[in-house]
Design a protein around this ligand. Structure first.
Ligand SMILES: Nc1nc2c(c(=O)[nH]1)N=C([C@H](O)[C@@H](O)CO)CN2
Length: 125
């Protein structure tokens, strides 16, 4: 099963960064997500409750990053991936977190992680 649900270019304004000055301002983070989901079920039922609702996931991403105020992108990505997998029952995801403007000579910098939930662990898919 290779189906997925996508979110691309989700912009979240939050406190992020390791330097003192970065703790006093907000900066934009850009989130890309690919999340495994069996789309045959909502494909047949035409019912959003069978789908991985990308609007709900987007709200969760925004809320999580605004509350977390991570220093490192790595920490933001790790906490966010774990929360999404637990709350939405997502088996596998690829999450990219970009910080445009952090390195002026680069279009963007960021991190990308892939995580698979461990079956049998309470709360995991
Ligand atoms: N691998 C990382 N390197 C750096 C990060 C980060 O989150 N992950 N962060 C910074 C600073 O916050 C920088 O973005 C300020 O411009 C430096 N390196």
């Amino acid at each position: 099963m290779a189906d997925s649900v996508l979110i691309e270019g989700l912009v979240v304004e939050t406190v992020v960064g390791v330097y003192d000055w970065e703790r006093d301002v907000t900066q934009a983070l850009v989130v890309d997500l690919e999340m495994s989901w069996d789309n045959r079920i909502p494909g047949a039922s035409d019912d959003v409750t069978d789908a991985l609702d990308y609007a709900s996931v987007s709200e969760c991403v925004e809320h999580c990053l605004k509350e977390l105020k991570p220093k490192l992108l790595e920490h933001g990505a790790e906490v966010l991936a774990e929360k999404l997998q637990r709350e939405f029952g997502i088996g596998w995801l690829r999450l990219t977190l970009r910080k445009p403007g952090a390195v002026p000579a680069a279009r963007s910098v960021g991190v990308c992680i892939e995580r698979t939930a461990c079956k049998g662990v309470p709360g995991n898919a």
